[in-house]
Design a protein around this ligand. Structure first.
Ligand SMILES: [Zn+2]
Length: 101
């Protein structure tokens, strides 16, 4: 599988969907292989979710920073860059940057 296909495969919600995707690319995938790939892709995304959580927890970026535009605290970390984070306001939909302090 090439990288483009792997990225696409990561969006599969089931092994069956993976087989359908492979079929569309003219790749023959057995049930067994599909399940193996699916398990592996899922394991990989779980790890990155955990890492993401660890990073956002460790740097002190937590949801609920006050939006500079509308004042709402219904905001979420959308991109944690370490020294700063990009927040998205769920109320007015703007994104804003917060520096680590
Ligand atoms: Zn806002």
């Amino acid at each position: 599988m090439n990288e483009e296909l792997i990225a696409k495969a990561k969006t599969a919600k089931s092994a069956q969907e993976l087989i359908e995707m492979a079929k569309a690319e003219n790749i023959e995938l057995t049930d067994e292989k599909a399940q193996e790939y699916f398990a592996r892709l899922n394991a990989a995304s779980e790890i990155s979710d955990d890492e993401l959580e660890a990073v956002s927890g460790g740097c002190g970026y937590s949801d609920g920073k006050q939006c500079p535009n509308c004042g709402s605290t219904n905001t979420k970390v959308s991109d944690d860059r370490g020294s700063f984070a990009i927040y998205k306001c769920e109320n007015c939909q703007i994104t804003f940057q917060v520096q680590d302090d």
